[in-house]
Write a protein that binds this ligand. Structure first.
Ligand SMILES: [Fe+2]
Length: 157
């Protein structure tokens, strides 16, 4: 049964399509953060290893909330690694080194790319697609990513 929530089918579909892209980015970033947790090397190993664990746990919650937002709009969430790799704007390949600075730079760039992507789509979701609920959810998500980005950035001084 389609959700009867005052958003047209066309608009729900358009918003879900944007959320699919975001879900793929969040999932790839979650995996990259686990990579950082597992493969970090250097004299600051212990603290950064634990910090990356906290980050991927946060991303795990974000991934879940984006997927469930898609379901609330009456659509199915992409849920295979193949789909995520086809949909994502991010690349899995690390261009930086395996030390904390390298991983942190890489993760920061990805968080910032996600912030920019959400911001670029926010007005259309709120105005053109009339989905205030998703716009509010995404505004909160921008704040979450901005907080993470600030903390990552602070390691690079
Ligand atoms: Fe672990």
């Amino acid at each position: 049964m389609n959700p009867n929530i005052g958003i047209t089918d066309k608009n729900r579909k358009a918003v879900a399509a944007t959320l699919n892209l975001l879900l793929a980015d969040e999932y790839v970033l979650y995996t990259k953060t686990r990579n950082a947790h597992w493969n970090i090397e250097g004299p600051d190993f212990h603290s950064v290893h634990l910090y990356f664990e906290k980050l991927y746990e946060e991303l795990d919650e974000i991934v879940d909330s984006v997927a469930e937002r898609i379901r609330k709009l009456g659509h199915y969430a992409p849920a295979t690694l193949k789909e995520f790799l086809e949909l994502t704007h991010l690349t899995e390949k690390l261009s930086e080194k395996n030390d904390s600075q390298g991983f942190i730079k890489e993760l920061l760039a990805d968080h910032e790319a996600i912030i920019v992507f959400i911001r670029e789509n926010l007005d259309a979701i709120n105005d053109a697609h009339k989905d205030a609920g998703t716009a509010d959810f995404l505004t909160g998500l921008i704040e979450d990513h901005e907080e993470i980005a600030w903390m990552l950035r602070s390691h690079l001084k």
